[in-house]
Design a protein around this ligand. Structure first.
Ligand SMILES: *Cc1c(COP(=O)(O)O)cnc(C)c1O
Length: 399
């Protein structure tokens, strides 16, 4: 996944363009910036690369999710259905707009189970937010149909799946809006940054204003801008955008390397009949940032994790089930509603309820899953070494 592995002259050149003028801000200063508009250029590159009409850069992927929700009109008391396996940013964003995260089970796609989504719909449901985890995607046809039937918003958290596609469309461009993260470990990085993508002009205009204190950006004099609504500051800087601009130009190279390395590693694990792999929905193309695989039982999977640890080769193999950042089982701060300031009674009640909510279907999947992160810079010899060692450990546990 990490674009930072192939950081080089291209990034330095783009950043230097900005340093030459010293205009680090994305808006205004039209004269002294001498035609250098990195954030605007990156937004244009995003719309062209991923095939959406509008892109609004933000200061992070989390800010992109918050911005998307605000722009889609999601607010206090609205319920957002999201998966129990994701990154904490997904529920942070929901809570940030006053909405209520409703966590439901995932299936062997490692993303939302459509029937679990259906069962969770109430009169307060406003949005379904699939999170395309670990490079691949949710069953978007099924989720789109549910959203259409119940008049719900589909917001894709595609932060981890830049470059993946579904039925020919880029992940993140299929719902009413979608987001990417460009944080340091994502497929392409700005160091910190994110984007809201949409084909809805009104959602875009709101996102554009919201990320910059509600400025309407209609005039040439920033000081004279009107403020049609209250905004916030989620701006990206020109320095960050410059890094992203160099990275997006290399995306196809990243994806080709990643896919090749993923498939090469997979070939080793495929030799073991007990190993199965994460399901990619029909019509989907995995970005291949991770190779996610299952063993028949939770005990065997935990034994493999222990053995990898004992041999000092666990790094890069993620057992999300026991991971503090990604799965409901370890989100004690969420389940105890541990916030620094008061939240609404509705939000608090919803969070405390998670303590007694069962996620049996997700547990059955996640407790058997290991995701191996794919590096862009592995040599063939390194892949062979990793593949053979993984096979040896798995065979030892299964024996
Ligand atoms: C990285 C990530 C985010 C948030 O991105 P930041 O840029 O780190 O704020 C949101 N959702 C998922 C699934 C992520 O992996």
């Amino acid at each position: 996944m990490p674009g930072f592995e192939l950081f080089g002259d291209e990034e330095r050149k783009e950043v230097n363009d900005v340093l030459e003028t010293g205009i680090l801000m994305r808006y205004g200063f039209d004269g002294p910036r001498k035609g250098i508009w990195k954030a605007q250029e990156l937004e244009k590159a995003i719309t062209e690369t991923f095939g959406c009409q509008y892109a609004q850069l933000t200061s992070s992927g989390t800010a992109a999710l918050t911005t998307a929700m605000v722009a889609l009109g999601i607010g206090v008391g609205d319920e957002v259905i999201m998966p129990a396996f994701t990154f904490v940013a997904s529920f942070e964003a929901v809570l940030s707009v006053g909405a209520i995260p409703v966590l439901v089970d995932v299936d062997d796609t490692l993303t939302l189970r459509p029937d679990a989504v259906k069962n969770a719909i109430t009169s307060k449901t406003k949005c379904v937010m699939p999170v395309h985890m670990c490079g691949s995607m949710a069953d978007l046809d099924a989720l789109s149909a549910i959203c259409a039937e119940h008049q719900l918003i589909l917001l894709e958290d595609a932060c981890q799946s830049i470059g993946g596609t579904y039925k020919g469309k880029a992940l993140g461009t299929i719902g009413h809006a979608g987001t990417f993260s460009f944080d340091f470990v994502k497929m392409i990085t700005c160091a910190e940054g994110g984007v809201v993508m949409t084909n809805d002009q009104s959602v875009y205009t709101k996102a554009d204003g919201y990320t910059d204190h509600g400025h309407d950006h209609l005039g040439v004099d920033r000081g004279a801008d009107l403020h049609p609504f209250i905004g916030y500051n989620f701006r990206i800087s020109e320095l960050h955008a410059a890094v992203g601009l160099a990275q997006i130009k290399k995306l196809n190279t990243f994806l080709a390397l990643q896919t090749k390395n993923n498939h090469a590693l997979k070939a080793y694990l495929e030799t073991i009949p007990e190993v199965s792999f994460r399901r990619v929905p029909d019509g989907g193309v995995d970005s291949c940032s991770f190779l996610s695989w299952f063993l028949p039982t939770a005990e065997q999977t935990q034994a493999v994790v222990q053995e990898l640890k004992a041999q000092g080769i666990l790094a890069g193999n993620f057992y999300w089930y026991a991971n503090n950042w990604h799965y409901i089982s370890k989100w004690d701060h969420l389940k105890q509603a541990t916030t620094l300031s008061r939240i609404s009674a509705e939000q608090e009640a919803a969070l405390l309820k998670l303590q007694t909510t069962q996620f049996n279907d997700s547990d059955a999947i996640m407790s058997r899953c290991i995701s191996t992160a794919i590096s862009l810079v592995w040599t063939e010899a390194q892949i062979r070494d990793k593949g053979l060692k993984l096979v040896e450990v798995i065979k030892k546990v299964l024996a």
